[in-house]
Design a protein around this ligand. Structure first.
Ligand SMILES: NC(=O)c1ccc[n+]([C@@H]2O[C@H](COP(=O)([O-])OP(=O)(O)OC[C@H]3O[C@@H](n4cnc5c(N)ncnc54)[C@H](O)[C@@H]3O)[C@@H](O)[C@H]2O)c1
Length: 448
């Protein structure tokens, strides 16, 4: 294994390269010393300590100079979990407003269901707090523009929590593509397949979950009112009232990766989705198979996800000089570039009569000696591997806390988050309305 990123020219040689871990975490130690001075510390409030929040909280408190000043969750069991993680007397409450009122808190990390994202971001900005909010940034198209206005008005830092823009693997992919390793990307494919209850969001219901242990009315937020429902609380991804199905939960990672790697700064022009609910007839109102084809103007993109079969997970960026593959989607650890020269290696003379064909081939070979006789044994693939136990979520959090400390822009701000979120809303619009979805940038609306 060789260390670090070689030049792109060298990428076409045969080798496997170990990528360096990112320096995001090191940025949080300005003096390079192990201990961070109190004046250099960032104090955050944790909103939502569920499946994702648990990971974000555990990871954040291990970062240098980062402290949790308070946490909140609407469910008693998750408040107990927060206490177990923090192991001290940090205040833990049910009300997120308590965190916004707390002057000790510099910023918020939020991991609540998607129908709550907009409100938490807007309220955090109004309270003068920066916020890291989980993906997708929005539950509805119009919310993205409310968030953009709120962040601008309050001059707060917003970072969306799809971690791809902080990953060394995606950074390498971006660098390779920008320097022409595969030529102009014309087609991108991303795929993901799962085949178990957990992968299909059918999580176990906590046995003590009840209106006594969870504040159900607050949890519903802006969603339609309904009586307490333990299935909806636990498996909210299965219902359009709270999540966005496959696009919002999974394709948002694809789209974030693609937008970051290719430097996309606007939503796609058109989307067309096809799929269905074929297996999980468990009361959910979203499909379990979905393919969406996007038109980005100068390239096409296909995202294919199934919750019914385990498949390969990853990306393929394709251009006239080759294919760049990112292996894995939720936590990719490597990429491979396979070069193609995009040239003819023989005269292209389909169904020509003799001797015209022979004569043309002879002349062609004489005029194209290098192409006609490619060097034997040329190896055309290079792999880049992230370090063992590489954690892009840790890098993403470290980048956020660094932005908060230094007042520098976030690596995935509200504009970036909105462009990716609009793309997921287009996918759902197309599926549910059974029509191609068009992005009307002027009207800021998805149209059929
Ligand atoms: N980036 C990733 O790889 C990744 C992975 C998983 C989940 N996520 C995202 O994280 C978010 C949370 O997902 P999850 O699986 O942890 O959900 P979850 O249901 O397990 O946990 C959410 C928690 O938020 C609490 N909550 C809801 N509304 C609240 C409010 N107004 N105030 C305080 N607490 C509130 C709930 O009680 C619950 O405990 C989602 O947006 C999801 O898309 C991201």
């Amino acid at each position: 294994m060789e260390r670090a990123a070689g030049s792109v020219g060298a990428a076409l040689a045969a080798r496997a390269v170990l990528l360096e871990g990112s320096s995001a975490e090191a940025l949080l130690r300005p003096s390079g010393k192990l201990a961070v001075a109190p004046s250099d510390r960032v104090r955050f409030g944790m909103m939502g300590v569920g499946m994702r929040g648990e990971d974000l909280l555990e990871t954040s408190i291990k970062l240098p100079g980062v402290e949790c000043a308070a946490a909140c969750d609407l469910y008693e069991g998750r408040r107990t979990l927060a206490k177990q993680i923090l192991q001290n007397d940090t205040p833990i409450t049910a009300r997120y407003q308590d965190l916004l009122d707390n002057k000790e808190i510099d910023c918020i990390v939020a991991a609540v269901p998607d129908h709550w994202h907009k409100q938490l971001i807007v309220d955090a900005c109004a309270a003068g707090k920066d916020i890291y909010c989980e993906k997708p940034m929005t539950h509805r198209v119009e919310e993205g523009f409310e968030i953009i206005d709120a962040a601008a008005k309050s001059n707060r830092i917003v970072q969306v929590g799809s971690q791809e823009p902080s990953s060394v693997v995606y950074a390498k992919a971006k660098e390779m593509i920008a320097s022409g390793a595969i030529g102009k990307p014309c087609l991108v494919e991303a795929t993901m397949g799962r085949n178990d209850h957990c992968g299909a969001w059918w999580y176990s219901i906590p046995p003590d979950l009840s209106p006594q242990t969870v504040d159900w009315d607050t949890w519903l937020g802006s969603a339609p009112k309904r009586p307490f429902d333990a299935v909806r609380w636990t498996r909210w991804r299965c219902f359009q009232d709270y999540g966005e199905g496959i696009p919002g939960d999974l394709c948002i990672h694809h789209l974030t990766g693609i937008h970051y790697v290719l430097g996309i700064t606007a939503p796609p022009k058109r989307a067309f989705s096809q799929g269905g609910l074929y297996r999980w007839h468990d009361g959910r109102d979203v499909p379990d198979v979905l393919t969406t084809v996007y038109d980005y103007g100068d390239f096409s993109c296909t995202l294919r996800v199934t919750l019914n079969t385990q498949t390969e997970n990853g990306f393929r960026f394709m251009g006239e000089h080759g294919i760049l593959e990112i292996h894995g989607v939720e936590n990719p650890h490597s990429l491979t570039v396979k070069a193609q020269d995009g040239l003819d290696h023989d005269a292209c003379t389909p169904a020509w009569p003799q001797p015209m064909e022979q004569e043309y081939a002879r002349k062609w070979k004489a005029e194209h000696p290098a192409q006609a006789d490619p060097p034997a044994g040329k190896t055309e693939a290079t792999s880049f591997q992230a370090p063992a136990f590489y954690d892009d979520t840790k890098e993403h959090l470290a980048n956020f806390f660094h932005s908060v400390k230094t007042r520098t822009p976030s690596v995935e701000d509200e504009h970036f988050g909105n462009n990716a979120a609009v793309a997921i809303h287009m996918a759902n619009y197309s599926y549910f309305q059974q029509t191609p979805a068009l992005w009307d940038a002027e009207a800021k609306q998805v149209k059929g």
